[in-house]
Design a protein around this ligand. Structure first.
Ligand code: PGA
Length: 258
């Protein structure tokens, strides 16, 4: 994994947005993997700005979101459908028919999950997947002990994830207990992965994911198998890494570094 450390959240998001731009410049009809949560908000803000002010074009782009809560319809205020519209899709020119987000109210989840996997394949696979990380080390909703070969399916949320996400709901009891999520195996098939984390509450998870053993207890650690993953962190989220001097040295000296 390539660890890229930034002084603050905005600089981290600008760098991750630049990776999206690079992908679109190389392939205007790229397939992007989208994430929800607080972490990628700054990336979406920057991409919206680039669209408005610099004409960044998404007209040929297709997107697949990582996950959705089971039971929440697309207009529920806490649904990831709604989140994505509010923070990104309503502000850029991605054709609505090119947007894929798991259906939290499907009546046949196994068939839906198979269809979702097939759509990703039929669209040519994901070129760049954006990821956050949970405080329990999860990617998407692949909670500890998820198979590292898992595919899109229903997962039961871990207590820690329910606690972490309760801030978005009026009551902790309102947080759904299940989600449809891409699997670790699904995510590992993306051609490029951008994992983002900011703040000291993510420092332990990032250290385990990057420098710890590959284990289903920290599903983000499976990214160590992935040949083209960049880890974007601010200094606080990098706080528990032991090799930061090395990562910074590579960041400053790699070919093409400013
Ligand atoms: P967050 O969530 O960005 O809201 O911290 C990340 C995650 O759970 O993957």
């Amino acid at each position: 994994m390539e660890v890229l450390i930034y002084d603050n959240y905005d600089a981290m998001c600008a760098a991750a947005a630049a990776a999206v731009v690079e992908t679109l410049n190389a392939k205007p009809n790229a397939v992007l993997g989208m994430a929800t949560g607080s972490t990628p908000l700054g990336v979406y803000r920057e991409l919206v700005r680039l669209h408005r002010e610099e004409g960044l074009d998404f007209s040929q782009v297709t997107t697949f979101n990582l996950d959705e809560y089971v039971g929440l319809g697309p207009n529920h205020p806490q649904s990831y459908h709604r989140f994505m519209r509010e923070h990104f899709f309503d502000h850029v020119n991605i054709p609505p028919q090119n947007v894929y987000i798991p259906h939290g109210t499907t009546s046949n989840a196994p068939a839906f999950c198979d269809w979702y996997e097939q759509r990703i394949k039929d669209c040519g696979g994901i070129d760049l997947q954006i990821l956050g990380i949970g405080t329990d080390g999860h990617i998407a909703f692949n909670e500890p002990t998820s198979s590292l070969g898992s595919r899109t399916r229903i997962k039961t949320l871990a207590k820690q994830t329910i606690d972490d996400n309760a801030r978005f709901f009026d009551n902790r009891d309102d947080v759904p207990k299940y989600a449809i999520t891409m699997g670790v195996g699904t995510i590992l098939e993306a051609r490029q992965i951008a994992l983002l984390a900011d703040g000291s509450k993510k420092a332990a998870a990032i250290a385990s994911a990057v420098e710890g053993p590959i284990t289903s207890m920290i599903t983000a650690s499976a990214l160590q198998w992935h040949a083209n993953t960049q880890v974007y962190v601010d200094t606080a989220a990098a706080g528990a890494l032991t090799m930061t001097d090395y990562y910074r040295w590579i960041q400053d000296h790699k070919p093409g570094a400013p």
